[in-house]
Design a protein around this ligand. Structure first.
Ligand code: TXA
Ligand code: MG
Length: 352
């Protein structure tokens, strides 16, 4: 498939490019566009044939539902059956932004979009390019992350082009995505809201306005993963070609352990990459060390791009430091554990 690729500056949007890409959406074609979280692979959410193309382009299992992106808060009423008080509060507080809400769906939402479920996931992105595209398309846009199923989600335009050129009808290159991890997905169909996928809108932030919020208990353990309430959380995900390991423990011991592991791999001619916080960048001695940033927000923003970079450097093995399971750390650890297929090394353990 020929892919039309156009660049846009979010702060100086060329409306002609938006029109060109919106025309594709109207015609049932696929367009990749930036959002504040990750790039999305979009098509008309109300057109069954169009949304089928999303699954094809990604190689995504058809029981994994898509998020419907809207540009106007009023559009929720078009697609959702019941909008409870708590959902309304969350929408008003966090939209536009990186929060996806799950509500009971109206029949107008095709089953292909909702993966056959009775519910629909809805999000109003804050990225101005995404907003302009949805408005100009005069519909709602279904969009999963713009990666091939199982790979890390793209947060940089170059990564999108490299992976998806030829697989979609259009790509809008719109710079880097600032949050870098996908939106927080919250189910509002029960009395107590439940986080099905952690993200930049944290449990603490949600509880401040909603009262008690639960987190899907199956997310924390590998054994329970198959029970995850968001279908997408069950699958292998965020995996670069390299084998990723998380090394946890006391800071100094982690550094020592990673350097030991590097020497062992080096002796076996395996290329080793390390991902750490900025302050520790000089403590490692291996082929490639990637600085994930100074704060957890920076780590969230850099994580997927770092995993993709490790593939570009053709690393065989990647070690990452561990993060506290609190605030944004919860979303970071969720993605990192999946990319590592839950392989965690304890810095106190002796290795052979
Ligand atoms: O930040 C984001 O959310 C990005 C950007 C492009 O908006 N999109 C994204 O979409 O991450 P995707 O398809 O990669 O992830 C959507 C997640 C999946 O885990 C899916 O199973 C879950 O949301 N989901 C969607 N609809 C659902 C529903 N009705 N019930 C439960 N989970 C649902
Ligand atoms: Mg995804």
């Amino acid at each position: 498939m020929e892919t039309v690729i156009r660049k846009i500056d979010e702060n100086n949007i060329d409306i002609n490019v938006i029109k060109e890409m919106a025309e594709k959406i109207k015609n049932g074609k696929t367009v990749i566009f930036p959002t504040e979280t990750v790039y999305g692979l979009g098509a008309d959410a109300m057109n069954e044939d169009a949304t089928k193309k999303i699954y094809e382009a990604k190689g995504r299992p058809s029981d994994n539902p898509l998020i419907v992106h809207i540009a106007d808060i009023k559009d929720v009423e078009k697609i959702a059956l019941e909008i409870g008080e708590k959902a309304k509060i969350a929408m008003e507080k966090f939209w536009p932004g990186p929060l996806t809400i799950i509500l009971k769906k109206k029949d107008i939402v095709p089953n292909v979009t909702s993966g056959g479920l009775e519910t629909v996931a809805i999000r109003m992105p804050s990225n101005k390019i995404a907003n302009a595209l949805i408005k100009e398309s005069k519909t709602q846009i279904a969009a999963p992350s713009a990666n091939i199923s199982g790979r890390p989600s793209p947060t940089k335009a170059e990564h999108v082009v490299k992976e998806m050129d030829g697989r979609v009808s259009g790509i809008i290159m719109g710079g880097d995505c600032n949050f870098g991890l996908e939106s927080t997905v919250v189910d509002f169909t029960e009395e107590i809201p439940m986080i099905l996928r952690p993200g930049s809108i944290t449990k603490e932030m949600l509880e401040e306005v909603l009262g008690k919020v639960e987190i899907d208990p199956s997310l924390s353990k590998k054994e329970d993963n198959k029970k995850a309430k968001a279908p997408g959380m069950k699958y292998k995900h965020y995996s670069p070609n390299a084998q990723v390991y998380i090394v946890k423990g006391e800071e100094n011991k982690v550094v020592k352990k990673m350097n030991e592991l590097y020497l062992k791999n080096h002796a076996e001619s395996k290329k080793t990459g390390i991902m750490c916080m900025h302050k520790d960048i000089d403590k490692f001695n291996c082929e490639k060390v990637i600085d994930l940033g100074e704060t957890y927000e920076e780590v969230a923003s850099n994580l997927f791009a770092a995993l993709i970079k490790m593939d570009e450097y053709e690393m065989d093995i990647v070690y990452s430091v561990s993060f506290e399971n609190y605030g944004v750390g919860q979303a970071i650890m969720n993605r990192l554990l999946k990319s590592a297929a839950y392989k965690v090394i304890d810095a106190d353990e002796t290795i052979l």
